[in-house]
Design a protein around this ligand. Structure first.
Ligand SMILES: NC(=O)c1ccc[n+]([C@@H]2O[C@H](COP(=O)([O-])OP(=O)(O)OC[C@H]3O[C@@H](n4cnc5c(N)ncnc54)[C@H](O)[C@@H]3O)[C@@H](O)[C@H]2O)c1
Ligand SMILES: [Fe+2]
Length: 393
C-alpha cells in the first residue's frame, strides 16, 4: 500500500439545531468580539438568526460582514480583513455556502498572520497563525467546512486556490435544518458538486489513498440515494441530513486526494459567466468522465454499482459506461441544465475558456488522463449543445 497523510478538522459537531451551540463553542476560545461572515441571501433567509441571538444572549460583541458574493472576489476578502482588524475581532464565525466559508477561512488567516492574499495562492504557502474559526455550512455541496482550501476569483477573473492545513477550522458545525429551505436548483447543483468531489478524489492521480477511497464511496452512496428526493421534497430533514453528511465525507475525501479536470474546466465557466460552481461542474462532468475512460475505466466500474445496482456483475467497460450514464440520469432528473449554451456561453467563448482551464495546473496534474488544450476544447465543444448528456456508446 502507498504511504499517505490525512488531515481533517479536529472537531466536528453534526446535529439538528446545532447553530444554537455557536455561543458555547466560541466561549471555549475566550472570544469577546466575533465577526460573522455570511451573504445577504443566507441572512435574509433567517439562517443566521439562531446563532446571532445565542451570541448576543451570551454577551459577545458581534460584528457583521454580509457582503460575501458567490465565487468571492479578492477585494471582498480584503475588505473583510480590514473590518476584522479595525474591530479587533478575536474569532471568526461563518454561516453560509462555500463562498462565505472560503471567505471566512482567508479572513481568519490574513487578519492574524498579517500576510497578503497575493502571497499565499498555491499549496502550503500559508504557514502563519490564524484566528479561531467556526464554520457552519448551509449548502450540502462544497464540504468547505472540512477542507484546507479556499477559492478566490482574482481581478483578472481567474479562480485561484489557497491550500494549507491552516485553513482547516477549529469546529465544523453541521446543522441539516439550515439546508431545508435551499431552493431546488441550488440543491441540485451543490449536490452534484459534492458527488464530483467524491468521484475526483477516488480517481485522483497522485494522492489517491485508502481513507479518501472509503469516504468517497460512502459519500457517493449517501448523495446518489438522496439527491433526487431533496430536489423533489426539500423539506425532508432525513434526506437533507444524509446529503449534508455525504457532502462532508466527500469534502474529507478530496481534501486529501485532490480534485482534477472536472473542476479545472468548471472554474473558468464560473469565473467568467458567473455560473454557480456546482452547475459549472455538471456542465462538463460527462464530457470529462468519458474523456477519462481509457485511463480510469476500472475505477469508474468500481463506483458504478454504488449509483446503479444494475451495474453489478457487468464487464468493466460496460460498468464504467453505466456509471457515466447514471450520473447523466441524475442530472436530468434533478433538472440541471444540459448545455453551456443555456448559461450564455457562445462558440466564440470556447478558446478563452480552454486557455483558462489549462492554467489550472494545480488541478490538472491530478487527472487520471493527461489533458491537452485540444482535449479541453473538444470537451467544451461537446458541452456547448448538450451532447455530453447523451448516452455513452
Ligand atoms: N473550499 C472548498 O473546498 C471548496 C470546494 C468546492 C467549491 N468551493 C467554492 O465554493 C463556492 C460555491 O459555494 P456553494 O456552492 O456552497 O454556493 P454559494 O456559497 O456561492 O451560495 C450560492 C447561493 O445559495 C444561497 N444559499 C446558500 N445556502 C442557502 C440556504 N440554506 N437557503 C437558501 N439560500 C442559500 C446563497 O445566498 C447564494 O446566493 C465557489 O466559490 C467554489 O469555488 C470551495
Ligand atoms: Fe467543487
Amino acid at each position: 500500500m502507498n504511504s499517505f497523510t490525512f488531515q481533517v478538522p479536529s472537531n466536528i459537531l453534526f446535529e439538528s439545531g446545532a447553530s444554537q451551540k455557536v455561543a458555547e463553542l466560541a466561549a471555549g476560545y475566550g472570544a469577546q468580539r466575533i465577526l460573522l461572515v455570511t451573504d445577504r441571501g443566507v441572512r435574509d433567509a433567517g439562517l443566521t438568526k439562531v446563532a446571532e441571538d445565542a451570541l448576543k444572549a451570551a454577551g459577545r460583541g458581534l460584528v457583521l460582514f454580509e457582503d460575501v458574493v458567490a465565487d468571492p472576489p479578492s477585494d471582498v476578502i480584503e475588505r473583510a480583513v480590514a473590518l476584522c482588524r479595525d474591530e479587533r475581532i478575536d474569532l471568526i464565525l461563518s454561516i453560509g455556502g462555500g463562498s462565505a466559508l472560503d471567505t471566512a477561512k482567508l479572513v481568519a488567516y490574513l487578519a492574524k498572520s498579517g500576510e497578503r492574499l497575493d502571497d499565499i495562492y498555491g499549496v502550503g504557502l500559508a504557514k502563519g497563525e490564524r484566528l479561531p474559526l467556526l464554520l457552519v455550512p448551509t449548502t450540502a455541496g462544497t464540504g468547505s467546512e472540512v477542507t484546507p482550501i479556499a477559492i478566490v476569483t482574482t481581478p483578472t477573473t481567474e479562480k485561484k486556490g489557497v491550500v494549507s492545513p491552516r485553513l482547516l477550522p477549529d469546529w465544523a458545525i453541521l446543522d441539516p435544518e439550515l439546508t431545508l429551505g435551499l431552493p431546488g436548483h441550488v440543491t441540485a447543483a451543490t449536490g452534484i458538486d459534492a458527488m464530483v468531489h467524491a468521484i475526483e478524489a477516488y480517481t485522483s492521480r497522485h494522492k489517491k489513498n485508502p481513507m479518501s477511497d472509503q469516504l468517497a464511496r460512502q459519500a457517493l452512496a449517501l448523495l446518489s440515494q438522496n439527491i433526487r428526493e431533496v430536489c423533489r421534497n426539500g423539506a425532508n430533514l432525513e434526506a437533507r441530513s444524509q446529503m449534508l453528511l455525504g457532502s462532508m465525507l466527500a469534502g474529507m475525501a478530496f481534501a486529501n486526494a485532490p480534485v482534477a479536470a472536472v473542476h479545472a474546466l468548471a472554474y473558468p465557466i464560473g469565473a467568467i459567466f458567473h455560473v454557480p460552481h456546482g452547475l459549472s461542474n455538471a456542465l462538463v462532468l460527462m464530457g470529462v468522465l468519458r474523456f477519462n475512460l481509457p485511463a480510469a475505466e476500472a475505477l469508474y466500474a468500481e463506483l458504478a454499482p454504488i449509483i446503479d445496482p444494475d451495474a453489478n456483475g457487468l464487464p468493466t467497460g460496460a460498468a464504467a459506461r453505466c456509471f457515466v450514464d447514471g450520473l447523466a440520469a441524475i442530472c436530468r432528473d434533478c433538472k440541471v441544465p444540459a448545455s453551456l449554451a443555456e448559461v450564455g456561453v457562445r462558440e466564440s467563448d470556447l478558446p478563452r475558456l480552454a486557455e483558462d482551464a489549462m492554467k489550472q495546473t494545480r488541478l490538472l496534474v491530478n487527472n487520471p488522463r493527461e489533458v491537452t488544450y485540444a482535449d479541453v476544447f473538444a470537451i467544451y465543444s461537446e458541452a456547448l449543445d448538450g451532447r455530453q448528456r447523451q448516452a455513452t456508446v
